[in-house]
Design a protein. Sequence first.
Length: 234
Amino acid sequence: MAQGILYVLHGRRNKIPQANLRLLQELMHELSQPQVISFLEGDQQTLEAGLVQLQQQVEDVIVVPVLLFAATHVRQDIPQRLKAHQRLGVTITVLEPLATTTAVFNFLQQQLTRACQALPQRPILLIAHGTPHFVEPYQQLQNLAAQLQQQLPVPVIAANYIGAHRFTELLVDQTEPVIVQRLFLTDGRIAGKIKRAVQQQVPTALFLPTLENQITVKQAILERLTTVMAPIQV
């Protein structure tokens, strides 16, 4: 059965983001399967159009959400939109998002270890987008923080941008400098808003790079693909 890969990025309305596209395009050149990039938002290269295009070539579609956590997009939007355009006889497998991969953990561990060595004794604030609709994303973030805590000499605190456990609430009584790791795939609008908000409360905070343009994104996608495509055809 011919197999193809559909990459699903968040995107923005009326704008296709360039961050991480280069890494995806590199990956597409390395793999031999038919592959299509699509976006959840915007009018170009939509999820539906990508699926229709891929179904003309294959009978087995592997969907890779290029997202970090299993929130509304992964648990509701993507499955519902795919089902509405799935052709008879075509199988669709949606993989888990990327935050819980070994690749992402290794990236965070290495980056945070270097920061702790440069600025010892500063606690770490690990901030993700968050959601008020599902408990799973924060549970995954907590688990990630706990795993990092075992490898690092300072506290690692899990926080959200929206929903419960908001970073602004956790910083109310914070007077000491902190290391801030924003767990986002791009250093875009929301990451910028988080940075400005933290700086208002803790001006001495150190901000580490997001996952934008990091080879880790490519590694995490390959890690997910190996669970359903063994061996990966390069």
